[in-house]
Every structure is written in C-alpha cells, then in structure tokens.
Design a protein. Structure first.
Length: 130
C-alpha cells in the first residue's frame, strides 16, 4: 500500500499481487476515521507493507510536514503491526500532475485525483527500487 499524506486528504495506491505495478485506489478525506478507512483497505487488499511518501525539501532536508509524516507513519506501524517504509516523495505530485496533463484530464478532475496519482508515483518508485 502506498500513501500520499496531505493536510486534507490521503492518496492511496496498491500494488498488484506480484509487487510490480501500482494502481490508484482512492482518496481519503482526513478525519478522525482515517485509520478505520485504512484498516478496511488493508484487510480488503491483504496489505503486508505500507509505503508513505516523505516530503523532503529539494535540498534533501526535512521540514515540519516531514516530521508530521514521520509521526503518522509511526502511528500506522503501531496500529496495524505492519512494516512502514518512508519513501522520498520529492516531485511525486509534479510527476502525477504532468501525467494527468498529458492524458488531457480536466482541471476539476485533476484536483480530485492528484493525491491518488501521487500515491501511485510513490509506490511505483518504491516497487521499482526493489
């Protein structure tokens, strides 16, 4: 499972059973029920590992957003007892935006699915590295 953690939403992607390709699944609106929704997806897709995009500055340093992401990743690990990997997500949203533009997706639709697509880029990058 790949996650793009934002302030208002969480983009979710899953890999195929062989761990070769990532597909966008959905966007979860951030609320007190985040973990419940993630638990449901973890069960449905039989998730064995979670990859969370770590937002680094372009110079590689970590900012406030990265620290919040690290805390969330730790919470995921404790709650679900699954390995959680933090993956450098620099330019994942830019890549997702570019792919959607090339596919001629309307601005309104892009806004709704950009986080899901960013999660795909994060997870695919991780899968490709293995």
């Amino acid at each position: 499972m790949g996650l793009d953690l934002g302030e208002k939403t969480i983009g979710v992607a899953m890999s195929d059973p062989l761990g070769l390709t990532a597909q966008g699944i959905r966007v979860i609106k951030r609320s007190s029920k985040d973990l419940e929704e993630l638990k449901s997806l973890i069960t449905e897709y039989e998730v064995t590992e979670i990859v969370v995009g770590l937002p680094r500055h372009m110079n590689g340093t970590l900012g406030d957003r990265a620290l919040l992401t690290q805390k969330f990743a730790s919470r995921l690990e404790q709650t679900f007892q699954l390995p959680v990997t933090l993956w450098d997500e620099r330019l994942s949203t830019v890549g997702a935006e570019r792919a959607l533009l090339e596919a001629d997706v309307s601005r309104a639709k892009r806004k709704k699915i950009i986080d899901k697509m960013a999660a795909v880029f994060i997870l695919q990058g991780y899968l490709d590295s293995r």
